[in-house]
Write a protein that binds this ligand. Structure first.
Ligand code: SAM
Ligand code: DTB
Ligand code: SF4
Length: 319
């Protein structure tokens, strides 16, 4: 889809937009299921990059100290716990610029992935930039999806990150797709970008072949010490709804993930987001460095809305 088409969809009267998104959703998905995903930061802080929103950059005066890569047993313990709590996707994140084949740390991650993959959940990793070789090795180790967000439009990206380019992001995604691994790729809203920036990001995403399997929509969590610390962090719920609905329409078969910043949304706002097509959440006390929505409140909300956690090993797709 090009920008004009996305704008036409996005700018419809709100109820018409949500209705269209709901229809697309019902055509492609079983209504009553939401995928629960658990995130784990396997290597926190000390990142060489300067992404303006991120608490883990060593270049900002943030409060997150650089940690070591977690040992396999620690990660496996968290992964088992996630599976036992109903997550069907386990996502491991590392605050790295990227990974390189032959590097001892990369070998350690591959070794961990091989065991996590045996637990039967989808395995997603986000390790920064990579080339074909690393993508191939991750796939062989059992990774099902690689998360690498575009975050915003090409133009606005250059304003929030200077240590690498939008094209670097695209190159990594191209490597992931070349080896046949699924792509999880989305963005952040609330960084001072315009609604057009958000749609331009969807435009770039919609030119991926195949389309992304997963599109996370994050709301900025303003982080102390980062350049975006003073962004209000207040998201206009109708803008968020419009973006989720437009994402659902543009990517009928993707998991649309209501991701970071969900704890800043009311229950009603979250309910609307599910109605407009979001069908996955991060579940558990923590995201990477920030707190997440409360688990007992999530359980209560899902129950109230008659939404069930996707059962393990079960496809949610209708067809
Ligand atoms: N280093 C890897 C990379 O840059 O791809 C992986 C980790 S990075 C923290 C993963 C994603 O988390 C970012 O692309 C961004 O979309 C999201 N994120 C990071 N900090 C955030 C924040 N403060 N608020 C909302 N989303 C955030
Ligand atoms: C994504 O799009 N959101 C997740 C996951 N992919 C890796 C990360 C959210 C991070 C939120 C801020 C933090 O916890 O540091
Ligand atoms: Fe590093 Fe990723 Fe944070 Fe950017 S978003 S500073 S690459 S951890």
């Amino acid at each position: 889809m090009n920008l004009a088409e996305l704008q036409r969809i996005y700018n419809q009267p709100l109820f018409e937009l949500i209705q269209q998104a709901r229809n697309v959703y019902l055509e492609h998905w079983k209504v009553d299921q939401v995928q629960l995903c658990t995130l784990l930061s396997i290597k926190t802080g000390g990142c060489s990059e300067d992404c303006g929103y991120c608490s883990q950059s060593a270049r900002h005066g943030g409060k997150i100290p650089a940690g070591k890569l977690l040992e396999k047993e620690v990660i496996l313990c968290k992964a088992r716990e996630a599976a036992a709590n109903g997550s069907t996707r386990f996502c491991m994140g590392a605050a790295w610029k990227g990974v390189r084949d032959g590097d001892a740390k990369f070998e350690q991650v591959l070794d961990t992935i091989r065991d996590v993959a045996k637990l039967g959940m989808e395995v997603c990793v986000t390790l920064g930039q990579l080339t074909l070789k690393e993508a191939q090795r991750l796939k062989e180790a059992g990774v099902t999806s690689y998360n690498h967000n575009l975050d915003t439009s090409p133009e606005y990206y250059a304003k929030i990150t200077h240590s690498h380019t939008f094209q670097d992001r695209l190159d990594t995604i191209a490597a992931v797709q070349s080896v046949g691994m699924s792509v999880c790729c989305g963005g952040i809203i609330g960084m001072g970008e315009t609604e057009t920036d958000r749609l331009k990001m969807l435009e770039v995403l919609s030119h991926f072949t195949p389309p992304p399997e997963s599109v996370p929509i994050n709301c900025l969590i303003p982080q102390t010490g980062t350049p975006l610390e003073h962004q209000s962090g207040k998201i206009d719920i109708f803008e968020l709804l419009r973006l989720i609905a437009t994402t659902r329409i543009a990517f009928p078969e993707a998991k649309v993930r209501l991701s970071a910043g969900r704890s800043l949304l009311t229950r009603e706002a979250q309910a609307f987001c599910f109605f407009a097509g979001a069908n996955s959440i991060f579940y558990g006390d923590k995201l990477l460095t920030s707190g997440n929505a409360d688990v007992s409140e999530d359980n209560a909300l899902l129950k109230e809305l008659n939404l069930k956690a996707q059962a393990p090993h079960q496809s949610m797709a209708r067809a």
